[in-house]
Design a protein around this ligand. Structure first.
Ligand SMILES: Cc1ncc(C[n+]2csc(CCOP(=O)(O)OP(=O)(O)O)c2C)c(N)n1
Ligand SMILES: [Mg+2]
Length: 377
């Protein structure tokens, strides 16, 4: 029996469909290019701004040295944990340098380097990872939200802040950083959905470093690329070589400008690689091969820029030495200050949890105070 022949239904039950449904916008302009965008090693590098690129070079060298020093501090017992960004310095530094003073950065736990490049004191940036204070810095001072350990929860915060700023008429852009694994979280979905519906001035920067701890990307997403996820929310997705600092700068600058001028959010996937283990507590040899790591060494972000700039006469031996000396000075200062024992008060555990202390926390604080006093006697 066909629909047209239902019993007792007269000659035809063919119902005129409602007015044709139409997509609200063209999807094609939102789609990322199939190849990550690159500048270094391409003819586009002829347009590089020498002063800007020298600045990036100095920051990359400093960033690499910062990673090495922080990792050394974990081995010396001065830092509880450090998620290294060796190999990811280009994305980290560009995320910081494209922002204006009034903008906000929303970093994940891995993004200490972006926070330091934005002006945060390197020791303060490590306070949380040393385990002796909540955030370790005043987020309002440099407009850097706390380094966020719960995956992707910083994203809806960024959207809320950006949307609120826009309602107030402030020209603020929020740049939120997240890992490839973080894109599988509900918060990622909610943040992107709201951002696009509200046309909030947000830039989402996903660093696809290949892994969520030991889980490779292919085991936690079936999307063609992470940048493609943008299209489902109605924002443009951009795919960029995350180790190419000039490409990162260009793509991020464009997205920040779009956000600032009312064009709404962008999702950027920076394709990169985590050269070291997830943290000092992880053994990466258990889930990936040395050959894979070696292959990525040839695409090192610091080397890529150094080769391009020296070949073009933008950077010479002296420039390289200056950058290295400045990085050494930063590392020596970091080492020295991190080697001083921090003075902590256990009662601080209860401070700044809530604006107004809850009854239960007050009770617990009183208990601890009594215990500490008993110990002191
Ligand atoms: C909500 C939540 N679930 C699980 C974890 C445990 N965890 C910490 S890091 C991590 C992997 C995240 O990978 P990715 O988002 O790719 O960032 P990456 O560490 O590579 O920078 C997981 C599962 C967490 N911190 N928060
Ligand atoms: Mg990852």
């Amino acid at each position: 029996m066909t629909v047209q022949e239902l019993p007792g239904a007269g000659a035809s039950h063919r119902v005129t469909p409602p007015p044709a449904w139409r997509p609200r916008m063209e999807a094609a302009p939102l789609l990322p290019d199939p190849e990550p965008y690159r500048v270094l090693g391409t003819p586009a590098a002829e347009e590089l701004d020498p002063a800007l690129m020298r600045r990036y070079y100095a920051e990359l060298v400093r960033g690499r040295r910062y990673n090495a020093q922080a990792t050394a501090l974990t081995k010396q017992g001065r830092l509880a944990v450090y998620p290294s960004t060796v190999g990811q310095e280009a994305a980290e530094i560009a995320a910081a340098l494209v922002l204006e003073e009034q903008d906000w950065l929303f970093p994940s736990y891995r993004d200490t380097l972006a926070a330091v490049a934005r002006g945060l004191d390197p020791v303060q940036a490590l306070t949380l990872l040393r385990g002796d204070w909540h955030t370790g810095y005043d987020p309002r001072e440099h407009r850097i939200a706390p380094l966020c350990t719960p995956l992707a929860t910083q994203l809806p915060h960024a959207v809320g802040l950006a949307h609120a700023a826009r309602l107030r008429g402030d020209e603020v852009v929020a740049l939120a950083m997240v890992g490839d694994g973080g894109t599988s979280e509900g918060d990622f979905h909610e943040a992107l959905n709201f951002a696009a519906v509200w046309q909030a001035p947000v830039v989402f920067l996903v660093q696809n470093n290949g892994f969520a701890i030991s889980v490779p990307l292919a085991k936690q997403t079936a999307a063609p690329t992470l940048a493609h996820k943008a299209v489902g929310y109605g924002m443009p997705g951009r795919l960029v070589d995350g180790n190419d600092v000039a490409a990162m700068h260009e793509v991020l600058t464009e997205a920040v400008k779009r956000a600032r001028t009312g064009g709404g959010p962008t999702l950027i996937e920076a394709v990169t690689y985590r050269m070291e283990a997830h943290t000092n507590a992880d053994d990466a040899t258990r889930y990936r091969t040395d050959a894979e790591v070696e292959a990525w060494k040839a695409h090192d972000p610091v080397q890529l820029l150094e080769r391009e700039l020296t070949a073009r006469g933008i950077l010479d031996e002296e420039g390289i030495r200056e950058a290295r000396d400045a990085a050494e000075a930063m590392a020596a200062d970091l080492r020295e200050r991190m080697n001083a024992d921090p003075v902590t008060d256990p009662m601080d555990l209860f401070a700044h949890v809530y604006a107004e202390q809850t009854g239960r926390l007050r009770e617990q604080a009183a208990m601890l105070r009594a215990e500490l006093e008993a110990e002191g006697e």
